[in-house]
Design a protein around this ligand. Structure first.
Ligand SMILES: *Cc1c(COP(=O)(O)O)cnc(C)c1O
Length: 396
């Protein structure tokens, strides 16, 4: 099928929830993808931080093929070998002790909210259930996670929203400390906000937040759905800040492209969940977790983190050089390979110019160009992308 016929069918049969670009991707390899008309693109969107090893990484593809021929799904009524292995890998390489598997970031965060409330009820009684989250955050699209998402535009039309969330500006410690009450049970945040425009926690902020949590008996929840699994050049973003959460959520890159989510917690917190308290039919299924084991193993073994850190520094340096040339570039920020370029103008036009010239980039929060290439991106590919971006900026 051609781009045009896929687009027409989609417009007829698929719900109109995305402002989609008028083409269909049908094939990918490494940092490159092809549309239905055979046009090639350099992919600096990476399925929105999902395809961290690039497209069709041989180790991930082999693991999916092998598992598909063995067992795709059973049920969590039984133990699942790749699920247990993925849990072991995650625990051995993080500050966490136990894992619950889900199928998406929203579902992982939904679990985090439930776990925090359950823990608080067990330890402090019925009245402690409120969770404080940050302006410009993004935690998902289920009713609870969109309510946790402190951005008005995601709430509109869905009232009544669940009770028990309070919002404060990110990086404003005073506002956070003042917002804590007897009702507060947890503080939930992304160490680096993705969807909200690649906003990093300020130095020292997370130390203060952690101290506040310890003082007031609050759980600290880090949503690392986007910034985790090597995206920042370290396996988890919290490692950059030297602050350990009590609960952490993962998804996007965890399955090497296959849908998966995970909720991790320290032993004492995880113990609040007992049989029957939480579940998911597909969560941690053999196929997704086999892909996850292959992806995580590759990221940990093949020097991928060090390469991502180096490639990220290289790309950031190039983007900073562009900031010197173009007055409408306000700021370049981010760590590793989650980088944002904030403009003083809307970014959509630049995204379409890049698309035409064979580069996929994303614009979030209207004015922030977001770069999420695979962790295995090469300097030559970065040079090529920056060349296309420069031409697009010239046409503004
Ligand atoms: C994408 C994202 C989510 C939601 O994940 P889904 O898999 O789309 O449900 C949650 N939190 C963060 C930080 C994200 O970037």
């Amino acid at each position: 099928m051609s781009n045009q016929s896929i687009v027409e069918l989609g417009q007829k049969y698929v719900m109109n929830t995305y402002g989609r670009l008028p083409m269909a991707l049908v094939k990918g390899e490494g940092a490159r993808v092809w549309d239905a008309d055979g046009k090639e693109y350099l992919d600096f969107v990476g399925g929105l931080a999902v395809n961290s090893l690039g497209h069709c990484h041989p180790k991930v593809t082999a693991a999916i093929r092998e598992q598909a021929g063995k067992l795709v799904h059973c049920s969590n009524l039984y133990w699942i070998e790749p699920q247990v292995k993925l849990a072991q890998l995650l625990v051995e390489h993080s500050c966490m002790d136990k894992v619950f598997f889900a199928n998406s970031g929203a579902e992982a965060n939904e679990g985090a909210i439930k776990l925090a409330r359950k823990y608080a009820k067990l330890h402090y009684g019925e009245k402690k259930y409120e969770i404080i989250t940050m302006h410009q955050s993004f935690h998902g699209r289920t009713l609870a996670t969109l309510t946790a998402t402190a951005q008005e535009k995601f709430h509109k039309g869905y009232a009544p929203l669940p009770e028990g969330f309070k919002y404060v500006p990110f990086n404003d410690f005073k506002a956070l400390a003042e917002a804590v009450s007897d009702k507060t049970c947890a503080i939930m945040l992304e160490p680096i906000q993705g969807e909200g425009g690649v906003n990093e926690a300020d130095p020292g902020y997370l130390d203060n937040v952690k101290e506040l949590c310890q003082e007031k008996g609050l759980l600290l929840i880090f949503d690392e759905v986007q910034c985790g699994i090597g995206r920042t050049g370290k396996l988890f973003a919290y490692e950059h800040f030297g602050v350990e959460p009590d609960i952490m959520t993962l998804a996007k890159a965890l399955g090497g492209g296959v849908a998966i989510g995970a909720l991790l917690a320290k032993e004492e917190v995880a113990a609040a969940f007992q049989p029957g308290d939480h579940a998911s039919t597909f969560g941690g299924n053999p196929l997704a977790t086999a892909a996850g084991v292959a992806a995580l193993d590759t990221i940990l073994k093949d020097g991928v983190l060090a390469k991502a850190e180096e490639a990220g520094a290289y790309l950031k340096e190039k983007l900073l050089a562009l900031k010197e040339q173009y007055g409408f570039i306000k700021e370049v920020r981010g760590k590793g390979l989650i980088l944002g370029m904030e403009l003083t103008i809307p970014g959509a036009g630049i995204v379409s110019k890049c698309l035409e010239a064979g580069l996929l980039i994303n614009c979030t929060n209207n004015t922030v160009l977001r770069f999420l290439p695979p962790l295995i991106i090469t300097k030559a590919e970065i040079d090529e992308a920056v060349g296309i971006l420069t031409q697009a900026l010239d046409q503004v």
